[in-house]
Design a protein around this ligand. Structure first.
Ligand code: HEC
Length: 129
């Protein structure tokens, strides 16, 4: 029982270190999207995405990662729920819509140019290196 309490006390410490300190293959790709052909609301959402999703890792990471709609949904929520993410519900929704639009109009047309998302296990392995 005592050991359990100790583990629980240490947990917040682990949660503080949220900045991504690993480099993923997709981090090295382009860090911009030409959104000039996207609808105006999507262009506005791109601005929110660029400012909010570059806080803890390069914006190149999401720009070059391939995900299906439900994976983006899960991922945006996961990023929003990281402590101090600074991403509110409305912004999260805007970013999600942007990512799905961009996925289907840009990435799905040329899948070889992008990187598949890593599994949680692969990310854990990189963190331990
Ligand atoms: C609070 C810090 C933080 C913010 C803000 C953040 N991320 Fe992340 N992101 C991380 C960390 C840390 C990882 C490494 C994996 C993990 O620990 O969950 C990561 C990993 C990723 C990955 C890699 C997934 C894979 O499997 O290859 C993608 C894509 C991603 N983030 C997208 C986003 C998007 C989109 C946003 C904006 C909605 C965002 N991130 C905002 C911390 C953040």
């Amino acid at each position: 029982m005592k050991i359990l309490i100790r583990i629980m006390m240490l947990m917040p410490l682990g949660l503080l270190a949220q900045t991504s300190n690993i480099v993923l293959p997709q981090d090295k790709g382009p860090d911009k999207i030409d959104v000039s052909g996207y609808p105006a609301p999507t262009q506005a959402a791109y601005k929110v995405f660029s400012s909010k999703c570059s806080k803890c890792h390069t914006i190149a990471r999401p720009i070059n990662t391939m995900m299906k709609r439900d994976e983006w949904e899960r991922y945006v929520k996961r990023m929003m729920h990281k402590p101090n993410s600074g991403i509110g519900d409305n912004q999260g929704k805007q970013i999600f819509d942007f990512l799905v639009y961009d996925q289907t109009t840009r990435k799905d047309k040329d899948p070889k140019a992008f990187f598949p998302a890593l599994s949680d296990e692969e990310i854990e392995k990189l963190k331990k290196q």
